[in-house]
Design a protein around this ligand. Structure first.
Ligand code: SAH
Length: 441
């Protein structure tokens, strides 16, 4: 029977932590120590490639030898991650003599400190001790993680996010956006320096990924569950919108009337308005916000109005659509480059910014977005400027969704094959030897 452990959050920034051992356990432990800013000293004759990478990058100091007692000089904490019980015991004996807490991977009962199972949500860290049973701790941790991931609300929001400085005049109604608890909570996304009462909102430009709702990033997903307003594109996976809290204002950007440029102005206006009223506005865009997504224009519009913006990258269809069809955009000894272009402007149009003649000279992978309508003209231009007609080509429609369709062909035939198969947008065209790299014809 052991007494209960006493939980603590150690603030390790700049403090020496000694890790003895360089194998799998040390490899798992070191990243959290580095994340906490610890001054990590690693003592082990041999270390894993991942640990070596940390050492090479100067993130920790490595002594390539066995442990000696002096290694604990100046240490606040020791992690013993060696298999040999005698070696581990000798480290913990020295640590005990010097009153330094010692975590032991080989023998929890002999350790003076235990590492909890951890889950992190924005600024919140949950640490679970399982009464000496690490599997129990992990089970409880997993349950809490699931609970917190499903939580809709501002509790887990970062209090400080990157972005341009706030415009002090931009503060509005502190409780706008249907988020009554946020008004009294200065850490819920507001700006503490804005006087406490003023609660300026912010905008997150979030990449939703190519179609499969599971292909959004963890950060993007968290922001969706916290949003007061979501402005979504046509290409955003509908299932993601199921995650929204009740009471969230959902703006369907594809339903905004007017032509494309007026519609973009209208979207920018909605982002700025709602954020100025104090809302957390998530602008959810298909793929990555900056790949043919007009994310830059929205960032500039917000910056001009002094609204802080967080950009959350997404998995872009230009890489994911080929990948979902079994086509790697690069492959050793096959392609050392991939080029992504839009095909929405015809190659012979005066407004085209793409040098199709130069692209025809490349031997690597060419990925064309928004290219279905102009595919006959695009392939003809590439052929005319020298790309061989037998170059493998493929078109992937609605990649990573249940409706995905793939047509495999050659540069000479692909336009006809796509028309015959009746493929429709959204679709990605891939040209290059990589198309056949994993699927020889
Ligand atoms: N920002 C997006 C691209 C927007 S442009 C991204 O990074 O993916 C819209 C074009 O993207 C579509 O015309 C199509 O060419 C491509 N696209 C987006 N999603 C797609 C999908 N699931 N399958 C195939 N192509 C897709």
């Amino acid at each position: 029977m052991t007494a209960n452990p006493y939980p603590l959050g150690l603030r390790l920034a700049g403090r020496r932590v000694v890790v003895v051992g360089g194998g799998a356990v040390a490899t798992r432990r070191v990243p959290a120590l580095l994340d906490a800013g610890a001054d990590v000293l690693l003592v082990a004759p041999e270390i894993s490639p991942a640990l070596r990478a940390h050492a090479d990058a100067g993130r920790l100091r490595w002594l390539p030898r066995r442990f000696t007692p002096d290694d604990l000089d100046g240490a606040w904490l020791v992690h013993v991650a060696v298999d040999d019980p005698a070696a581990a015991a000798s480290v913990s004996t020295v640590a005990d003599a010097r009153r330094i807490f010692c975590v032991r991977a080989d023998d929890r009962q002999a350790a003076s400190a235990w590492t909890p199972a951890v889950t992190r949500h924005g600024p919140v860290t949950v640490a679970v001790l399982g009464g000496g049973d690490p599997r129990r701790a992990m089970t409880v941790r997993d349950a809490i993680r699931t609970l917190l991931s499903a939580r809709k609300g501002p509790l887990l929001t970062d209090s400080v996010e990157e972005g341009p400085p706030l415009n002090p005049s931009a503060g509005g109604n502190p409780s706008a956006g249907g988020n009554p608890s946020a008004g009294g909570n200065p850490s819920a996304g507001g700006n503490p320096s804005a006087g406490g009462k003023t609660h300026t909102g912010r905008v997150a430009l979030v990449g939703a990924g190519p179609g499969d709702p599971e292909l959004i990033t963890v950060k993007g997903w968290r922001l969706i569950t916290e949003a007061d307003v979501v402005v979504a594109d046509r290409l955003v996976p509908g299932l993601l919108l199921d995650e929204l809290r009740s009471g969230v204002e959902l703006v369907d950007a594809s339903k905004i009337p007017y032509g494309p440029s007026r519609a973009q102005e209208e979207i920018n206006r909605i982002l700025v308005d709602r954020a100025q009223a104090g809302a957390l506005v998530v602008r959810l865009k298909g793929g990555d916000p900056y790949v043919f997504g007009r994310g830059g224009e929205e960032l500039l519009a917000c910056a001009e109005a002094g609204i802080p913006v967080t950009v959350v990258p997404g998995v872009t269809s230009s890489v994911a659509a080929p990948s979902a069809a079994g086509i790697p955009v690069t492959h050793r000894a096959v392609a050392h480059e991939f080029t992504v272009v839009t095909g929405h402007v015809a190659p012979d149009s005066p407004s085209s910014l793409v040098r199709w003649d130069a692209l025809a000279q490349l031997r690597g992978t060419l990925v064309i977005l928004m290219g279905l309508k102009n595919l006959p003209a695009i392939t003809a231009t590439l052929l005319e400027h020298g790309r061989p007609a037998d170059t493998p080509a493929a078109v992937v429609q609605e990649a990573t969704t249940g409706a995905q369709r793939v047509v495999r062909s050659t540069l000479g035939q692909v336009a006809a094959d796509v028309a015959a198969a009746g493929l429709r947008p959204p679709a990605v065209v891939v040209v290059g030897d990589v198309v056949a790299a994993l699927n020889p014809a």
